[in-house]
Write a protein that binds this ligand. Structure first.
Ligand code: SF4
Length: 374
């Protein structure tokens, strides 16, 4: 059986493992991301490559050191950011360092979905359209399940009476979902998990601060690299609204980009006064979602960006003007291989304290409990 691997990207391994298994491939996942992974990637990558590039590279090296891998699946793309050449460059770097492995770089099909299918099917032992559509349906069901659970978990966590209860359920859910192989089992696991989550004992009187989490997709989705920011903020008593979800990203890039080429129209309209160009990555979304957060009365925004990320650096320049015009505080966090948990945590605590103080002032100076539980 062909052995394939993929880089880590948050919980995308759950739907992707199901997809590959259903088309007859053996998936070998890289070990969980650690400081060692980051150091390995940083050592081989060009110094100013963006952080996700280095971490992906570290994932591949760690996998190839312990396993024989036939193929690496990597997403590709076109556009004004560096993501488009990740795969080619990583393959060259790995080969130059003695790892002879092939890459299959998959780009969003846009106007030629058939070309993508022809390229892909050569590698799939089960490649009848019925096999592939069944595999897609499993993967989609799992991707949606993860995102539905995570959205609810972010609402419940700041209210939980037993600290850590939400995160424990989340871990259990991921494990069960990843192991499930039948549609009916997936459905049952999701229903049970959502039911358990909704039944957690919560503080009904507590009004959490509401923060929008946005920025570069890898930093937003990969909790091992963003220092578990959703959990950290939730434990500080903050409800987090994450703007990027894996299932939505797939839907937009694999379907909307073909059937509705102007699907970014709403974001262009929202961002118009501050940014009038698609600058690659999620730069446009960062600006649009910040405006949206202000209009919808969120208390603040946290932007996550890897060091040297071009789209987020561009977007970051627009954010102070949005804060000035619409009154929404924004905390930009730039993360690189030298970032440490304590530094990020301290900045988040200070930001949350400031938002709590600001809210108390806006309520006529009434004294509100500072939301941090620590
Ligand atoms: S969005 Fe930023 S971090 Fe991601 S590939 Fe592009 S430049 Fe690199």
């Amino acid at each position: 059986m062909l052995k394939v691997t993929i880089p880590h990207l948050g919980n995308s391994y759950i739907p992707l493992s199901a997809l590959f298994r259903e088309v007859g491939l053996e998936v070998i996942l890289p070990p969980p991301i650690s400081q060692e992974t980051i150091a390995l990637g940083a050592k081989l990558a060009p110094e100013f490559a963006c952080l996700p590039f280095k971490i992906n590279l570290g994932n591949f090296v760690e996998t190839l050191r312990s396993q024989t891998i036939d193929l690496i699946f990597m997403a590709g793309g076109v556009g004004p950011c560096r993501f488009g050449y990740y795969g080619q460059l990583q393959q060259e770097i790995l080969r130059a360092n003695g790892y002879q492995v092939d890459f299959l770089i998959l780009e969003a099909p846009k106007t030629h979905p058939r070309e993508l299918w022809e390229k892909l099917k050569k590698y799939l032992p089960k490649h009848r359209l019925t096999d592939f559509s069944r595999a897609l349906s499993y993967a989609w069901q799992k991707a949606k399940a993860v995102d539905t659970f995570d959205t609810l978990a972010n609402q419940i966590r700041p209210l939980e009476k037993k600290p850590g209860a939400t995160s424990r359920l989340q871990k259990k859910f991921y494990h069960a979902l990843n192991a499930a192989v039948l549609h009916k089992d997936i459905k049952k696991i999701v229903n049970n998990a959502l039911q358990e989550l909704s039944s957690l004992s919560v503080k009904t009187e507590f009004k959490p601060l509401k923060i929008v989490l946005l920025g570069e997709i890898y930093m937003v989705l990969e909790s091992q690299v963003n220092f578990k920011i959703e959990e950290t903020l939730g434990n500080m008593g903050v409800e987090v609204k994450r703007t990027i979800h894996f299932s939505e990203w797939v839907f937009e890039h694999l379907l909307l980009s073909i059937v509705k080429p102007n699907w970014r129209q709403k974001q262009f309209l929202l961002a118009k006064s501050y940014l009038d160009n698609f600058v690659g990555g999620h730069g446009l979304e960062t600006v649009a979602h910040t405006v949206d957060a202000a209009v919808n009365n969120y208390h603040g925004v946290v932007e996550l960006a890897p060091f040297t990320c071009m789209p987020e650096i561009v977007a970051m320049q627009a954010l102070p003007a949005i804060t000035k015009d619409l009154g929404i505080p924004v905390l930009p966090l730039i993360i690189d291989e030298h970032s440490g948990e304590a530094g990020i945590r301290t900045r988040l605590e200070a930001f949350v304290d400031m938002l709590a103080y600001r809210r108390s002032r806006s309520r006529g100076g009434e004294l509100l409990e500072v939301v941090s539980r620590n």
